[in-house]
Design a protein around this ligand. Structure first.
Ligand code: MTE
Ligand code: MO
Length: 200
């Protein structure tokens, strides 16, 4: 088999263990909703119940998944609603430049609108053909395969359109604002001019 290229500093682990900060939330379908708010075209924003959200169209994406702790999971198969479809169902105001992705318990990650609209970005309900397990984000998570994994927010509850950038949970705690694994954008100090990737 030809060797596939990995982003710099990454390796393929023997096992996969879930990675997250804090406990796994319990899914309560009656209470769950998904919202799009902030700089939306429609001032009142958008809201879906679990039943409504489950009826939205699904697409499959197969992509490598890169965690900043240096492991890469090869060829994970996700299915869900493409983020670009969500944006057409819930259009942003023309001034929107970024999105804040919100999870249960206040975890968040910021992304540029162009990264959110990129090909392969999904609001995923399934992984490798089965519904997400609780540890991997059930019932809904974002998947942004072209950025480090901390931006692939599990237990997704809302998208907030922003008219300017604001840092999310890890971006405020020393991690890079953009998080491109191919450019090895791991830490926030690399955003300073003249700071390259960290030494191994
Ligand atoms: N809500 C939430 N989402 C999260 C995290 C988290 O702590 N909370 N951790 C992130 C990190 S660092 C990674 S690498 C991936 C891991 O996804 P997995 O556990 O399904 O492999 O989830 C991301 N999504
Ligand atoms: Mo991660």
């Amino acid at each position: 088999m030809p060797e596939k290229r990995l982003p710099p500093g990454q390796y393929i682990p023997r096992e996969h263990t879930p990675v997250h900060y804090g406990p796994v939330p319990r899914f309560r379908p009656q209470r769950w909703d998904f919202r799009v708010y902030g700089a939306t075209e429609k001032p009142e924003g958008h809201r879906w119940t679990w039943e409504e959200f489950s009826a939205l169209p699904r697409t499959e994406v197969v992509a490598d998944f890169h965690c900043v702790t240096r492991f890469t999971l090869p060829e994970v198969r996700w299915s869900g609603l493409p983020a670009a479809e969500l944006v057409s169902l819930a259009p942003p105001a023309p001034e929107a430049t970024h999105v804040m992705v919100w999870a249960e318990y206040g975890y968040s990650a910021n992304v540029r609108m162009d990264d959110f609209l990129a090909e392969g970005v999904l609001l995923a309900t399934h992984r490798d053909g089965a519904p997400l397990t609780p540890e991997h984000g059930h019932p809904l998570r974002l998947v942004l395969p072209h950025l480090y994994g901390w931006k692939s927010v599990k237990w997704l509850r809302a998208i907030e359109y922003l008219t300017g950038d604001r840092r999310g949970f890890w971006e405020e705690r020393g991690y890079h604002n953009i998080a491109d694994p191919w450019a090895e954008q791991r830490y926030s100090y690399q955003e300073e001019p003249g700071q390259g990737p960290p030494l191994a």
